[in-house]
Structure formats: structure tokens, C-alpha cells
Design a binder for this molecule. Structure first.
Ligand code: GNR
Ligand code: NI
Length: 169
């Protein structure tokens, strides 16, 4: 397992759509393991492959709060098949936009389908923090960032700071 460098905005790879995984090869399993290690090291509660420079439809998540019971999800080609009508708001951050958090409104729950690391098709309902996280990660696979879901005013404030920071590094 290897910790991979995380790509930050305004890197254009974060705006590209990732491609579906056709076959679960050893290199895909390796990618899932490296992503889990990179996520835990960061630390974050989720990570999408484009954030480490791989345009593949692969995400990892662990939204468990306490340290003892890890709940690692590793998903290949995840898709949302149903979303709740009602939305709720949660403070989100992104490892690719470090230091800039904002409240984001999203459906309360989502029903999703994905392939697991053993090639098995799974269908689950995600609620609460996991629901917000999986929507955030699937957005990454489509080149969408959480700042795309907030007001233009708030987005412009964050973007101005991001560009200023990028100039200083
Ligand atoms: O670490 C993360 N925290 C978080 C909090 C609320 C909603 C989504 C997230 S995901 C984020 C890690 C990340 O950037 N994943 O792409
Ligand atoms: Ni993110």
C-alpha cells in the first residue's frame, strides 16, 4: 500500500470525467488499497480516484466516527439509482480544496449500486454523513466539486482565496 499525492484545485484533472472500470485487475485492487491508505493518512472520510490523478470510476469512504470500528467502503463504478425528495445541509470539506469548508445541501439519502473489490454487484441505501460523502465522491467522478453546489458569492470568495494561495506556492 502506498500513500499517493493528492491533487489540489485548480488542477484541471479535477474537472474531468472519470472512465468506468471494465475489469477488476490487480492494478485496480492496488488502486483501491492505495486510495484507502491515502484517505486514512490525509485524514479524510472519502477519496475519489481523480484526486490522486487516476481518471477511473473508483471511490473509497470511511465515515465511522470512532477509531476501533473502521467501516471501509471501496466502490467500483458507483451509481445513484434513487435519491430522497428532502434535502439536508451539512458542512463539507474537500481534500482537494484544503482549508475551505462550506455548508452544502444534498438529498438526505441515496440508493446506490456499485461493484465491490471482489467483483460482486451490491445495492445499498446510504443515509446521513455516508449519503453526503458518497454524493461528494460520485461528483468527483464527474468533475464536480462541492463549491459547485454553493452560492456564486460563496464560491467566488473561496475561488479568490484558492487562486491567491496557488500563486504563493
Ligand atoms: O474528508 C472529507 N470530509 C467530508 C465531509 C463532508 C462531506 C464530504 C466529505 S469528503 C472529504 C474528503 C474528500 O475530499 N473527498 O473527496
Ligand atoms: Ni472531495
Amino acid at each position: 500500500m502506498t500513500i499517493k499525492p493528492i491533487q489540489f484545485v485548480p488542477d484541471p484533472i479535477l474537472r474531468k470525467a472519470a472512465l468506468p472500470v471494465e475489469k477488476i485487475t490487480d492494478s485496480i485492487k492496488q488502486l483501491l488499497d492505495d486510495m484507502a491508505e491515502t484517505m486514512y493518512d490525509a485524514p479524510g472520510i472519502g477519496l475519489a480516484a481523480p484526486q490522486i490523478g487516476e481518471l477511473k470510476r473508483v471511490i473509497v469512504m470511511d465515515c465511522s466516527r470512532d477509531e476501533e470500528t473502521n467501516e471501509l467502503w471501496q466502490m467500483i463504478n458507483p451509481i445513484i439509482i434513487q435519491s430522497s425528495e428532502e434535502s439536508s445541509t451539512l458542512e463539507e470539506g474537500c481534500l482537494s480544496i484544503p482549508g475551505h469548508n462550506s455548508e452544502v445541501s444534498r438529498p438526505n439519502w441515496v440508493e446506490l449500486r456499485f461493484t465491490d473489490i471482489n467483483g460482486k454487484e451490491q445495492q445499498i441505501k446510504a443515509e446521513g454523513l455516508l449519503a453526503a460523502c458518497v454524493q461528494h465522491e460520485i461528483d468527483h467522478l464527474n468533475g464536480i466539486l462541492f463549491i459547485d453546489h454553493i452560492s456564486k458569492l460563496k464560491r467566488d470568495i473561496i475561488w479568490r482565496k484558492v487562486l491567491k494561495e496557488a500563486r504563493q506556492t
